[in-house]
Design a binder for this molecule. Structure first.
Ligand code: NAD
Length: 478
């Protein structure tokens, strides 16, 4: 029997019914057993966070810095082991698991520093003799709900700023990947967080997550996940008049122009579309190619994809690991079928493949000759499935790129300053990449999208303070 990993509520590791966390590269391999919180557990966690808020929001910035820094140091020191656990539970390659773990450490380090840089403004009043102070204060109990595709980075970029600015937290990770979240909480607890400041409630969204959504004591809710669940978060949050932030799906375009460097464009498309099994909200799933380079580009991309090794995430030489679970695999296969039925030409892949271990292996799929109105170009698949759309020129490419309900990330491959500049100005996405994959971002600058992809203030970097603090304006007549 694997070690039982418990929930952490009100400063105690609590008992509970546990379920296995299964490795998608090898379904015979159990990463560990993880407790499932009940409705009552979630309610206790919220009460504990509420009780701890007064003390933590008034704690010294040195204490907050030291705890966040200690967490960063431990995560960085254990990156190989934690990265391996991440790759084992989620199915991204070992290199990606370690890189994501390092990212989490960097995020904790960044917000450790931010704790020391809290500031406000002092302004003169329009009424002589009066002073105006503008300060930022903690919001209260923050609910954190995260998806499965970045099991350690997304929890880190929500937990670190929440604690940095003096909020207390109830954290519900994705039920598919609880190990990385459990590890972060264990590290933060040992780094010295006072009781009740951070509570971990693992389990089903519809049970545990729903308690967070419905509680008026959760004063801010930060969510990353699907559009469907995001809608529920929004609706529930409006009912209790709380602050909320949503990061959701994408159907990110990559434009390839006639003047692009072919090698760069192929690498950017292969990385953005297929790496991490295409399971990135910023993945480029629509590649919009101008007529002059189209055939050359498709031929070169097809060759490139043939070289992608799909295998066990922990095996040396693997470029792309398995799909995360059976239901995601079903979704990927459903969209491959839909794309075929809609008239897309399957240029490569799309087949389930067997490897040495029982896992959810899918050959990367490339569709060509698709049109912007097809479902494959309008709905998020969230798998290693890319389609190309042929257009006549830049203007049509830009129009097609923006013709989507989403607006997270968008990319262009070109050697023309004119088109690169125009695309940066006119793309309707929150993040724009020139000659770089649509996925792959820094942690010290804002992250987020527009239209149906995101709602509320940006995450990460200094912009995180917009969500995790509330502004106070004080007037003084000395
Ligand atoms: P999901 O919406 O199914 O689940 C996300 C989280 O919400 C999980 O923790 C889940 O348990 C919880 N949840 C589900 N139902 C709930 C309910 N009724 N009440 C409260 N919580 C509930 O999403 P997923 O499948 O885990 O993640 C994949 C999605 O996440 C994709 O659409 C992807 O694009 C998106 N994503 C977006 C970003 C971004 O920053 N924009 C980043 C990563 C992933």
């Amino acid at each position: 029997m694997e070690e039982l990993h418990r929930n952490y509520i009100a400063g105690e590791w609590t008992e509970g019914e546990a379920i296995p966390n299964v490795n998608p590269s090898n379904t015979d391999d159990v990463v560990g057993h993880f407790a499932r919180a009940t409705k009552a557990d979630a309610e206790r966690a919220i009460a504990a966070a509420k009780a701890a808020f007064h003390g933590w929001s008034r704690s010294g910035i040195q204490q907050r810095h030291d705890i966040l820094k200690a967490a960063s140091d431990e995560i960085m020191a254990r990156r190989q082991e934690i990265g391996r656990q991440l790759a084992r539970e989620e199915g991204k390659t070992l290199a990606d698991g370690i890189a994501e773990t390092m990212r989490a450490a960097q995020i904790f380090d960044f917000f450790a520093g931010e704790a020391l840089r809290l500031s406000g403004e002092i302004l003169p009043s329009t009424r002589p003799g009066i002073e105006v102070n503008i300060t930022r204060e903690a919001v209260g109990v923050v609910g954190i709900i995260t998806p499965w595709n970045f099991p350690i980075a997304i929890p880190a970029w929500k937990i670190a700023p929440a604690l940095c600015y003096g909020n207390t937290v109830v954290f519900k990770p994705a039920d598919l990947v609880p190990a990385s979240s459990w590890t972060i909480v264990d590290i933060l607890v040992r780094a010295g967080l006072p009781k009740g400041v951070l509570n971990l409630v693992m389990g089903k969204g519809s049970v545990v997550g729903q308690v967070l959504l419905d509680s008026p004591d959760i004063r801010a809710l930060t969510f990353t996940g699907s559009v469907g669940t995001g809608g529920k978060v929004a609706e529930a949050s409006v009912k209790v008049m709380r602050k909320f932030q949503l990061e959701m799906g994408g159907k990110n375009p990559l434009v390839v122009l006639d003047d692009a460097d072919l090698k760069t464009a192929v690498e950017v498309a292969a990385n953005g579309g297929y790496f991490q099994t295409g399971q990135r909200c910023t993945a480029s799933s629509r590649v919009i190619v101008t007529a002059g380079i189209h055939d050359k580009f498709v031929a070169a991309l097809t060759e490139r994809i043939k070289g992608i090794v799909v295998d066990d995430a922990l095996k040396e030489g693997t470029h792309v690991g398995p799909v995360v679970d059976q239901s995601q695999l079903d979704q990927d296969e459903k969209y491959i079928k839909i794309a075929r039925e809609e008239g897309g030409k399957l240029a490569f892949g799309g087949e389930r493949v067997k490897r040495g271990t029982p896992g959810f292996y899918l050959q990367p799929a490339l569709f060509t000759e698709t049109t912007p109105d097809m479902r494959i170009n309008r709905e998020e698949v969230f798998g290693p499935v890319v389609s190309t759309i042929r257009v006549k020129d830049y203007d049509e490419a830009l129009a097609v790129a923006n013709d989507t309900p989403f607006g997270l990330s968008a990319g262009i491959c070109t050697t023309s300053l004119k088109y690169a500049t125009d695309f940066k100005r006119n793309s309707e996405a929150g993040m724009v990449m020139v000659n770089l994959p649509t996925a792959g971002v820094d942690y010290h600058v804002p992250f987020g999208g527009r239209k149906g992809s995101s709602y509320g203030p940006r995450e990460q970097g200094r912009y995180a303070s917009e969500f995790f603090t509330t502004v106070k304006t004080a007037y003084t007549l000395p």
